[in-house]
Design a protein around this ligand. Structure first.
Ligand code: ADP
Ligand code: ZN
Length: 811
């Protein structure tokens, strides 16, 4: 018998292998190890066939079965095939993306001693270097070659170890074995300071800049830090400094239990549902009707009780013995939602999030497959969990861009949820206060059923957004423009005086987006991306926000070394500094990508705010996401205008959603809320229509229709990148020409470019893009499928090509 095996490599088709009788049964969904190239590769059985279709003598056998229980069902395979076809990528890549990393993919070759080897050591027939190496293998079973070389470093060099291994294996004294990397169960290593940072400072060597930086970083944590987090943040190069700090007795290592923070998430809220209002009941009735199927857009203002509606629908689904999938944009930001599901459905809730180790994720999958978990709550990849009988899919905050994955398989989980619901014949609920324009359009066109919740569920109305026109603010001569208009400052003062809380949004992190030399104009530029680097004053360094490169900062100009750098362009760090000066007695927390890098940091910041230990929360857009804090009286958007300036056709839609979501954070409790949005352009249609969602959607739809942008067309972005600018440009040019001539007769097709991407150089690679636009979906799809090969063929040495179907960003 033979099998078609999909592997996680960019190959157009699955490969054919024979199945030795000894290994049977090898069903569809089995994970196997197959010989490929010089090594082996994990593969997934996607089909059993009787004949290979070519010379059987050339067919290689499968090497091993890694997991005899199929990891996906036939239904799921059909789903994976659909994804591969739609997103124009190989089936193996789709399955690889869909599977928890734990499955097969992480297999290490390790060394084990054979009995003959142990005998040879005992009777001393083996001596010298091979004996030394074998002793190491015995004392530390299951070492990889690299691990072995590392352990013997200082005694033996790399070729010596390599030669000894070869000879041991050849003589049957040791053997290679495949080891699946287990979950990092048990303990996690942590690191902490032995004394307050101030006391340590004097003991640091003068030249120990990196050591000082590490001490500062550790001092900034509210407890010991996970070693893994520290290394992922600072890089491997931090290790020598850590060693020196340890030797000097300044830091200490410890361990903590590897708990899955969200799995232990406490139940939140009541286990008894509230009495639903009329709108909620109508929505619930539609979703739980016997013939409910297809997609529903649950379009309700923030706090209108959308969550209560889908909790109710989930209950009805469970009562029928079927399973429920709830997708959330970023699960780390939604512990509350998890808590509400826990309160309602107890231990039957499986939580899937990116913080899980491969093993933990696999354990959750097994619970779902066995039907022990009836509800799964998770980020986009939860879509691929092996449900037995899915009866309802919920996509919460369906407009959120984090549903779009940007890696190898650029799928959009919201769209795929609709596809999956269609395959499983179960209803799909897309919930949002600011639906994506596509979803709104689909609802208006009747493709999705519209469920409206126009009012807040509690007594409080959604606060009105007050626009603050900054052009009206008088500035005294010679004084800098204040960050906040006077009455915004007063509103904040009053809020704190009353003991209320405030949230302030500024959508850019760092201290200054640019430091420029006033004598020569020199700036810190990222050598990889050619972009000015952002100053992070706290860490005293500059960072590239695209590739992550960090460099030390000094206040002298990197070009002329003059001492005359000036900061320009603000970031959250600067806003924090201003706020601390304005409100010295108010406890403040900043939440952005810089302060939330370590595990659990989100929750710590949000919990402190919920419990009232901090009064003021300042940060980037993460502060606007779905949180439910009852004591927020005031929400302030420092500048609405930043969002419009982004050169992307979705800029207006995104800004609108952000402002509405931000407004939804205020006035959720007893006290009415105020939302203040500062702008220089109060007449911009995004701001002028803040009170009327439908109006905004109408205006935006008209604009999109004129410009033939989605939802009136489909987009597919083809990006070509590489280090040699001229070669990349020529390849893109060539491809565009070929596509144009192939597409001449395709109705409604537009091909734009090639053009340099908005970020023309990223991480040292030049980027060109071609935008394909189709106004007629069927014809466009056919064209893409036809041209898939041609596009992929552009990839060759030094040139990469990526296809992004339904691209969200054209940058
Ligand atoms: P959304 O998901 O639309 O933001 P939620 O479902 O979180 O809204 O509801 C907002 C708040 O109102 C929650 O605290 C919730 O418990 C409460 N709530 C929702 N529906 C009702 C209702 N029918 N009666 C009373 N309180 C409700
Ligand atoms: Zn960079």
């Amino acid at each position: 018998m033979y099998a078609r095996i999909a592997v996680a490599r960019p190959l157009p088709e699955p490969l054919t292998y024979s199945v030795p009788a000894l290994l049977e049964p090898v069903d569809v969904g089995t994970v196997v190890l197959v010989p490929l190239g010089r090594t082996g590769e994990t593969g997934y059985v996607v089909e059993r066939i009787a004949e290979p279709g070519f010379d059987p003598a050339k067919v290689k056998p499968i090497s091993r079965v890694l997991d005899p229980i199929p990891v996906f069902t036939l239904d799921q395979l059909a789903f994976f095939r659909w994804i591969a076809k739609y997103y124009l990528c190989p089936l193996g890549m789709v399955i690889h993306t869909a599977m928890p990393s734990q499955i097969g993919a992480r297999i290490l070759r390790v060394l084990v001693a054979a009995d003959a080897g142990i005998d040879a050591l005992t009777d001393r027939s083996l001596e010298g270097i091979p004996a030394q190496v074998l002793r190491e293998i015995i004392s530390r079973p299951r070492l990889t070659k690299r691990g072995l070389i590392r352990r013997l470093a200082g005694e033996l060099d790399k070729p010596e170890v390599g030669k000894a291994i070869d000879s041991l294996v050849r003589r049957g004294l040791a053997a290679w074995e495949d080891k699946e990397i287990g979950a990092t169960r048990g303990k996690v290593r942590t690191i902490g300071l032995c004394a307050p940072a101030a006391d340590l400072a004097s003991r640091l060597p003068r030249a120990g800049k990196r050591m000082k930086a590490l001490v500062d970083l550790l001092a900034d944590q509210d407890g010991p830090m996970d070693v893994a987090d520290l290394i992922s943040q600072e890089g491997e190069k931090a290790r020598p400094s850590l060693k020196r700090l340890e030797e000097a007795g300044m830091i200490v290592y410890a361990e903590r239990e590897n708990r899955d923070a969200l799995a232990d998430a406490p139940s939140l809220g009541s286990s008894v549902p509230p009495v639903l209002n009329g709108d909620q009941l109508a929505a619930l009735a539609a979703l739980t009707a016997d013939d409910a199927k297809g997609a529903y857009l649950l379009f309700g203002v923030t706090g209108s009780g959308k969550t209560e509606v889908f909790l109710g629908a989930a209950q009805a689904t469970l009562d029928r013995g079927r399973q429920v999938l709830v997708l959330v944009p970023e699960i780390g930001l939604t512990p509350q939602l998890v808590g509400r599901f826990r309160a309602r459905f107890g231990l039957g809730v499986a939580v899937l999030h990116s913080g899980l180790t491969g093993g933990q994720r696999l354990a959750q999958w097994r619970r779902i497959r066995a039907g022990e978990a009836q509800v799964a709550v998770g980020a986009r990849s939860a879509l691929f969990a092996p449900f037995r009988d899915l009866g309802l899919i919920v996509v919460d905050e369906e407009h959120d861009d984090s549903y779009k994955q940007d890696d190898a398989v650029p799928y959009n989980a919201r769209d795929l949820a609709v596809v999956l619901g269609g395959m499983q014949k179960c209803p799909v609920v897309l919930a949002s206060a600011t639906p994506a324009l596509e979803s709104y359009h689909n609802a208006r066109a009747g493709r999705y059923k519209l469920l409206r919740l126009p009012e807040r569920a509690t007594a409080r109305a959604v606060p009105e957004i007050e626009l603050v026109d900054l052009t009206d603010v008088d500035i005294e001569d010679g004084k800098p423009r204040p960050l906040f208009a006077p009455h915004v400052e007063t509103a904040l003062h009053d809020t704190f005086a009353r003991g209320g809380q405030a949230i302030i949004l500024y959508n850019r992190r760092g201290y200054a987006t640019m430091v420029q030399c006033v004598s020569c104009g020199g700036t810190y530029e990222c050598p990889n991306c050619g972009i000015t680097m952002t100053l992070h004053k706290r860490a005293w360094r500059v960072a590239c926000h695209y590739c992550g490169l960090k460099r030390p900062y000094s206040d002298e100009c990197p070009v002329c070394h003059d001492n005359s750098l000036e900061e320009a362009g603000k970031g959250t760090e600067k806003i924090e500094e201003v706020l601390r000066a304005l409100f010295p007695n108010v406890s403040l927390a900043r939440m952005d990508a810089d302060t939330t890098k370590t595990r659990g940091a989100h929750e710590r910041i949000l919990t402190a705010f919920r419990e009232g230990r901090t009064q003021l929360l300042v940060g980037t857009q993460i502060v606007a996401k779905g949180h439910d804090f009852p004591d927020v009286h005031t929400a302030v958007v420092v500048s609405a205008d930043r969002g419009f300036r982004i050169p992307d056709f979705r800029a207006a839609e995104r800004t609108y959603a952000l402002l509405v979501q931000m407004a939804g954070r205020a006035g959720r409790g007893e006290h009415p809320g105020r939302v203040l949005v500062q702008t220089y352009k109060p007449d911009h249609y995004v701001l002028a229509n803040l009170k009327d969602v439908e109006r905004f959607y109408q205006v935006e739809l008209r604009l999109r229709s004129t410009l033939r942008y989605p939802p009136f067309s489909r987009l597919c972005l083809v990006r070509v990148d590489g280090v040699d600018r001229a070669k990349v440009g020529a390849a893109a040019e060539h491809l565009a020409r070929d596509l144009r001539s192939a597409g001449r007769t395709v109705p409604g097709l537009g091909i734009l470019g090639p053009a340099a991407a908005a970020l023309p150089k990223l991480v040292g690679r030049w980027r060109f893009q071609i935008v394909l636009r189709g106004e007629r979906t069927a014809e466009f799809r056919r064209f893409l499928v036809d041209q898939k090969r041609r596009i992929h063929q552009v990839a060759r040495k030094g040139i990469r090509v990526a296809i992004d179907v339904d691209a969200r960003h054209l940058m």
